[in-house]
Design a protein around this ligand. Sequence first.
Ligand code: ADP
Ligand code: ADP
Length: 239
Amino acid sequence: STVLAGHGLVKKYGSTTALAGVNVEVRERDSLAIMGPSGSGKSTLLHTLAGIIRPDDGQVLLRGERSEMGVPPAEGWGRIDNLGENRLSALRRKRFGFVFQFGQLLPELPAEENVALPLMLEGLPRGEAVARARHWFAPLGLEGLEQRRPGQLSGGQAQRVAIARALVAAPDVVFADEPTGALDQRTSTEVVQLLTFATRETGAALVMVTHDADVAAHCDRVLQVRDGRISGHSQSTLA
Ligand code: ADP
Ligand code: ADP
């Protein structure tokens, strides 16, 4: 069943049409790769679905979200594109996880505290949050690196810490924007395997922008974007 949907999404920047009416459905435990040429609207689409960019037209719907009136709508769906900034940022914290290309970890904090951060923002005491964060290190092959600062981690290790942080608060959807963009091919494969596997294990859906077809092949489905439109849609072979 569908957890997140974009209907007729339009986004313009001056005379540039970044999204020209896009429909996307993300199903439960689904992993969806968004591919396409540079400037085709991939990032804009991801950020719009994630409630970071507001569309000029169309709707973003999230299952289990309450309407503006505070009443759960029929079938438990709610629009999120028209929420106020405070509601939206609380919603992103609670229901979404994010992995970016690089530079997303706080350099002064040990890896385990970086992972614990989303839990602390939810109000969990620091000790408890860090204890829960530590559970993620072994499954992601990060055992022994809990106390390292981001500057003392390799690129692949830093991305695995970022994956742990994206998943620690049990989000419904994880958004990854070029999560392997700064990594070599071998490390990219390791990272995308861990990302798709760990996300599926938690029951979350994954929406990932990548320019790398080998990385996209680890997702269940691949969406091709061109000139702000969906130009193709395929089931993946690998996943
Ligand atoms: P992609 O991720 O596929 O490279 P983007 O979604 O970043 O594409 O951008 C789509 C189009 O919208 C491009 O022409 C880009 O220059 C433009 N664009 C994106 N964000 C902005 C912005 N904040 N201001 C102006 N133009 C933007
Ligand atoms: P990507 O190739 O991953 O989309 P970009 O460098 O195109 O990376 O975009 C990075 C960020 O800059 C995005 O948040 C995007 O919305 C914004 N951006 C892209 N194009 C423009 C632009 N022409 N003007 C302002 N911001 C832009």
